[in-house]
Design a protein around this ligand. Structure first.
Ligand code: ADP
Ligand code: TRP
Length: 345
C-alpha cells in the first residue's frame, strides 16, 4: 500500500498521476441532483476515474438514516443515486460503484474511530452546530455522522476525496482521526486523506445568490422535467438595472451561465454586460438552452438505465466485492494494531 502522505498540497492542487485511491459518496436523500452537486462533485468524480488507478464511489445509505425514515424510500433513493452516477458518466469498468451498507465493516471502523475522536471535535462540526442552532432534535446518528464519514474514507485507504467545499471540514476530521489512531497504536494502518476541491466550482451559487443547496430551495436540477428547470432559471434573482445600463457581472445569473461557457465566450458575454444593452432575459434563455444541451445525453442515458434495475443491482454487488478486497486488509491491520480478535501471533 502507498505510504500516507503528510504534505498538504493545497485544496486545489492538481493531483499527480499516481496510483492514488480516490473515493467519494453521495447521500440518497431523494432529491434530483442539482448543478451544485454536479459541478462541485460529480463532474470531478468522472474526471478522476480516468486519472487514477482506483476510484471508489458509493451511495451513503447509512448516512441517509439520519433523515430518511422509510425503507422503501431509501431503496428508491439509493437506486436513483446509482442512476445519477451512471448517467453522469461513472463507468463500472473504471470505477468501483457500491452501496455503503453492503460493507457493514464500515460500522466496525466507525466504532474504532469513535474511541479516538474527542467530543469537542464533533461539537464543532458544521452540520451538528447548524441543527442545534435551529433547535432541532439531534440524535446520536447526526452527532456521529463525521465519524461514519471518516470510516468511509479510511476503510478503503483513500488518498483523495473529491467534494464541494462544504465537506472540507469532514475530511480534515477524518485526517485527524487517522493520525490519532496511527499515533496511539503505533501503526500506519490508516492513510491520511486529502480533500480534492476545484476552486472554480467549490461553491456553486443558487438562484437566490446564496450557495446552491436543497435546504435553501434555490436549486436548479439536472434531470427534472424541462418546465421545472425553466422555472428555476427564469427565477434567478437579478438586480433592477435597466437593459441599456452596464450590468454587475458578479451576479448569480452570470456565474451560473459561466458554468456552461468557454473562457472566450465568457469574456465576450461579460464585455457585452459591462457595455450595457444586454438584458437578463437573454442571458437566462441562453443559460437554459446550454444547460438542457449539456445534460441531454445524460438524461437519455438515465432514462435507458431506469428500465434495467437488475443491471444496476448487479453493478452494485460487483462493486461491493471489489471494495471489500480493498477494505479487508485495512480493517485487519487496524484490528491487529489495536489487539482485537484472535491474535495473529
Ligand atoms: P446539498 O447541500 O444540496 O444538501 P449534498 O450535501 O447532498 O448537497 O452534497 C453532495 C455533494 O455535492 C457534496 O460533495 C457537496 O460538497 C457538493 N455540493 C453540494 N452543493 C454544492 C454547491 N452549491 N457547490 C459546490 N458543491 C456542492
Ligand atoms: N457527507 C457527504 C455529503 O453530505 C456524503 C458522504 C458520506 C461522503 N461519506 C462520504 C463524501 C465519504 C465523501 C467521502 O455530501
Amino acid at each position: 500500500m502507498p505510504k500516507p502522505s503528510d504534505s498538504r498540497p493545497g485544496e486545489s492542487a492538481k493531483p499527480p498521476k499516481r496510483a492514488l485511491r480516490v473515493l467519494s459518496g453521495t447521500k440518497p436523500t431523494g432529491e434530483n441532483l442539482h448543478l451544485g452537486n454536479y459541478f462541485g462533485a460529480l463532474r470531478q468524480f468522472v474526471q478522476l476515474q480516468d486519472e487514477h488507478d482506483t476510484a471508489l464511489y458509493f451511495i451513503a445509505d447509512y448516512h441517509s438514516m439520519t433523515t430518511v425514515r422509510n425503507a422503501e424510500e431509501r431503496r428508491r433513493n439509493t437506486l436513483a443515486v446509482a442512476l445519477d452516477y451512471l448517467a453522469a458518466g461513472l463507468d463500472p469498468e473504471r470505477a468501483i460503484l457500491f452501496r455503503q451498507s453492503d460493507l457493514p465493516e464500515v460500522t466496525e471502523l466507525t466504532w474504532i474511530l469513535t474511541t479516538v475522536t474527542p467530543m469537542g471535535m464533533l461539537e464543532r462540526a458544521h452540520a451538528y452546530k447548524a441543527a442545534m442552532d435551529k433547535g432541532e432534535d439531534v440524535d446520536h446518528g447526526l452527532f456521529t455522522y463525521p465519524v461514519l464519514m471518516a470510516a468511509d474514507i479510511l476503510l478503503y485507504g483513500s488518498h483523495l476525496v473529491p467534494v464541494g467545499r462544504d465537506q472540507k471540514q469532514h475530511i480534515e476530521m477524518a485526517r485527524d482521526m487517522a493520525q490519532r489512531f496511527n499515533r496511539i497504536y503505533e501503526t500506519d494502518a490508516l492513510v491520511l486523506p486529502e480533500p480534492y476541491i476545484l476552486e472554480a466550482s467549490a461553491t456553486v451559487v443558487g438562484t437566490d445568490g446564496r450557495k446552491m443547496s436543497k435546504s435553501y430551495g434555490n436549486t436548479i436540477s439536472m434531470f427534472a422535467p424541462k418546465g421545472r428547470i425553466k422555472k428555476a432559471v427564469m427565477g434567478i434573482v437579478t438586480d433592477s438595472t435597466p437593459v441599456e445600463d452596464p450590468k454587475d457581472t458578479s451576479q448569480a445569473v452570470f456565474e451560473l451561465w459561466s458554468l456552461f461557457a468557454t473562457e472566450a465566450e465568457r469574456a465576450e458575454m461579460f464585455a457585452r454586460a459591462e457595455a450595457g444593452g444586454l438584458g437578463y432575459g437573454e442571458v437566462k434563455k441562453d443559460l437554459l438552452a446550454r444547460l438542457m444541451d449539456h445534460f441531454e445525453p445524460m438524461r437519455a442515458r438515465r432514462a435507458e438505465l431506469e428500465e434495467k434495475p437488475e443491471e444496476i443491482e448487479a453493478i452494485l454487488r460487483r462493486g461491493a466485492e471489489r471494495a471489500r478486497a480493498l477494505a479487508t486488509p485495512v480493517l485487519e491491520a487496524c484490528r491487529e494494531a489495536a489487539g482485537l480478535g484472535v491474535p495473529r501471533r
